[in-house]
Design a protein around this ligand. Structure first.
Ligand SMILES: Nc1nc2c(ncn2[C@@H]2O[C@H](COP(=O)(O)OP(=O)(O)O)[C@@H](O)[C@H]2O)c(=O)[nH]1
Ligand SMILES: [Mg+2]
Length: 687
């Protein structure tokens, strides 16, 4: 592929609800621009974009893929993102590398949750958008109805730039509103036809509104507008482009990706109204802690951000980056400013799906890839060592669903570790944690599907088979009462004898553990105090109720006895542990469970369900705060044991419109009836 200069590049992410037709649209674009001779189909597993084994198996996109095409002297980098919520992080990364977004809507379903989420995110990041109403060929599609749905859900920034001629089975052409031209399609081939009379009125009323929008972009144009003067074509194009670039106007275009109808018009509208990387403005980075502005210009020092990493068992690690300033050539030395280390390029190429096309250089604003970087991860900044630039990292959603991983076959622990490490490199929204208390290896992500894909990749790409189970709760034990007991260890049956005798009082305390002594008259020699404390501390690892660590106990050694020969540290350690077991039993021992604080963000209409559900989880609502965007923030506390599936349950309760964060706040007593069950389970597990 030839090298394109910055102003000839357009970078766009395809975003929207899963199944709206994003991947099919990339196939239609590849076919329309002549890259492919025929369109692949998601159902047949032969699309350029969904090339990963797991994607083909599940018939959904899982990872972002880059689809570069050339059309009318413009290079378009389309980033096909997954719509499924578990893979939202992929959209965040892709949008960081884009100057615009194509928000794809299925005409037969209208605005869906995935549409709302993508709209909200692009609005927050002020990313220029074009709405693509896809599947116009589908039965029962009604363009007016979809437009009303879009206006009522997404607001009145949206305006049709193209109108359909016919709908469903009779969808045969498209009208270009601004150009006031109509085209009938035979597959991807368009033939110019007369504008249907019945659409004239609509075209005029849309153009009137568009002229207002043009006028609003510039005072001079506003004046010209009020004087009733016509705008020139150039003024219209410039005004509309400005309005789209500022996010004040969102063009709506219609198409059928399946039939490749309307793709040519879409590409032209992108070319005319989506800013090129230079027009989209410079990037602010840091150099030695100082802010530095980097223009998207080939003459600036080189800098790039890595927005996607692919870990392929055969090709190895691929790092996909967007050049934000300067340019990169294949034998250039690069520096990873995030890790503060130099890296060596492993070739320089443009990726199209899984295909690598060698290139000599990638200039500012364009997207490229390289292989086998050692330390570089998604979100890192690459730059020129002599002119350092560091950009803020891409913010990814935090994991909300955790499951424990166990090898199916004994001895696979190490293989699991390696595989998981590789997979965290590929997916920044996926984490691996080792819980030192429950001794479990946990994986965390956004949802079930993501973790299921991870398990399949471990098996298919790394040859290790695992089970996922609900994590164990790190319970604790403590005492509510006090006790005063004796622990005596006496073994004097020939050979080295052992004698240790302690009297210890146990009582609750705020601190983790307190050891005190009130021994009088040397009943227990001072030099054995550390052994007694050590014996107690070791015993606290395993409580008497269910074997969980004991906390908040004060132990006071106040009496005892010793034998001049047979007493030693070991004997007193054992005596202390005997006293501990008895002391705990007699001081009304209880189980403690971790309590989590949740902040749950939901649209008003789901509040009742969310609060009712929280009560069923032994939770309590601490407060509710209305949010600027109309959502409600519910603050609650609930036992961790009741929350392992919360990510999944909240998604189904709120149709994936709810989100939450969760953090540990404290330990609290487990209700007796539940404690009983936990104790029984622990006993059963021990036997
Ligand atoms: N009738 C019709 N079906 C389509 C069209 N575009 C996509 N589809 C179908 O919609 C389903 C989801 O498409 P896909 O491209 O995977 O959606 P994505 O999840 O947004 O990438 C597939 O079964 C496609 O064949 C279209 O224009 N018309
Ligand atoms: Mg897809």
């Amino acid at each position: 592929m030839k090298v394109y200069q910055t102003d000839k590049v357009r970078n766009l992410s395809l975003v929207g609800h899963s199944g709206s037709g994003k991947t099919t649209l990339t196939e239609a674009i590849l076919y329309t621009t002549g890259v492919t001779k025929r369109q692949g189909r998601v159902e047949d597993g032969n699309t350029v974009s969904d090339f990963d084994k797991e994607e083909i198996a599940r018939k959904v996109s899982i990872g972002t893929s880059v689809i570069p095409v050339e059309w009318n002297d413009i290079k378009y980098n389309f980033l096909d993102t997954p719509g499924y919520f578990d893979f939202a992080g992929e959209m965040y990364g892709a949008l960081r590398a884009s100057e615009g977004a194509l928000l794809v809507i299925d005409a037969s379903s209208g605005v869906e949750v995935g549409t709302e989420k993508a709209w909200k995110y692009t609005e927050e990041k002020n990313i220029p958008r074009i709405i693509v109403i896809n599947k116009m060929d589908k039965e029962n599609v009604n363009f007016e109805k979809v437009m009303d749905d879009i206006r009522s859900n997404l607001g009145d920034k949206v305006l049709p730039f193209t109108l359909p001629i016919g709908e469903g089975a009779s969808f045969k052409g498209i009208v270009d509103v601004i150009g006031e031209a109509a085209f009938e399609y035979n597959g991807k081939d368009a033939k110019k036809v007369d504008v249907p009379g019945d659409l004239q009125g609509e075209i005029e009323s849309i153009k009137e509104v568009l002229m207002e929008r043009v006028a609003e972009t510039d005072e001079e144009l506003m004046e010209k507008y009020f004087e009733g003067e016509e705008f020139t074509e150039e003024e219209i194009r410039k005004g509309l482009k400005l309005a789209v670039s500022q996010g004040d106007l969102v063009p709506v275009v219609v198409c059928s990706a399946d039939k490749a109808m309307g793709v040519d018009l879409l590409l032209d509208i992108v070319k005319n109204y989506i800013p090129n990387p230079m027009e989209a403005g410079s990037n602010i980075g840091y150099k030695n802690g100082e802010e530095v502005e980097r223009k998207v210009d080939v003459n600036e020092p080189f800098s790039a951000i890595v927005f996607k990493t692919i870990v392929d068992p055969f090709v190895g690690k691929l790092s996909i980056f967007k050049v934000l300033s300067g340019k990169i050539t294949k034998d250039q030395d690069i520096y990873n400013a995030s890790k503060e280390k130099s890296e060596k390029l492993g070739g320089l190429f443009v990726l199209r799906g899984k295909n690598q096309m060698e290139v000599s250089e990638i200039v500012a604003g364009d997207i490229g890839a390289t292989a086998k970087l050692q330390i570089t991860q998604t979100g890192d900044t690459l730059c020129d060592k002599s002119n350092i630039t560091l950009y803020d990292r891409i913010e990814y959603p935090k994991p909300t669903l955790f499951l424990a991983v166990e090898p199916k076959a004994k001895g696979d622990e190490e293989k699991i570790g390696t595989a998981l490490h590789r997979l965290t490199e590929e997916d920044p929204t996926f984490v691996v944690q080792r819980n030192s208390e429950t001794k479990q290896l946990l994986i965390g992500g956004q949802g079930n599907m993501q973790l299921a894909v991870i398990v399949d990749k471990m098996k298919n790409n790394f040859g290790v088979d695992v089970n996922l189970t609900t994590p164990k709760v790190a319970y604790r034990e403590t005492i509510k009462g006090t006790s005063s007991v004796q622990g005596k260890h006496k073994k004097q049956t020939g050979g080295a004898g052992q004698y240790g005798d302690v009297h210890i009082r146990f009582e609750p305390t705020e601190e983790e553990f307190v050891f005190a002594e009130e021994v009088f008259g040397g009943a227990v020699p001072k030099n054995f105090f550390p052994a007694v404390e050590k014996g107690l501390r070791e015993s606290m690892q395993e409580g008497v109720l269910a074997g969980y660590p004991v906390v908040n106990v004060k132990a006071t050694l106040f009496d005892g006895s010793y034998h001049p020969v047979d007493s030693n540290e070991m004997a007193f350690k054992i005596a202390a542990s005997l006293a501990f077991k008895k002391g705990m039993q007699e001081a009304n021992p209880i189980l403690l469970e971790p309590i989590m604080r949740l902040e749950i963000l939901v649209p008003e209409e789901y509040m009742g369900d969310v609060m009712g559900d929280m009560n069923k989880r032994r939770g309590r609502i601490l407060g509710m705060e209305p949010q600027a965007d109309g959502n409600q923030l519910v603050i609650a506390e609930a036992p961790q044991a009741e929350l392992f599936e919360y990510a999944i349950d909240l998604r189904s309760m709120t149709q994936a419109r709810g989100s939450f964060t969760m953090e540990f706040v404290r330990y609290e007593e487990v209700p007796a009836n539940i404690a009983e069950k936990i104790i029984e389970e622990a006993k059963a597990e021990k036997e």
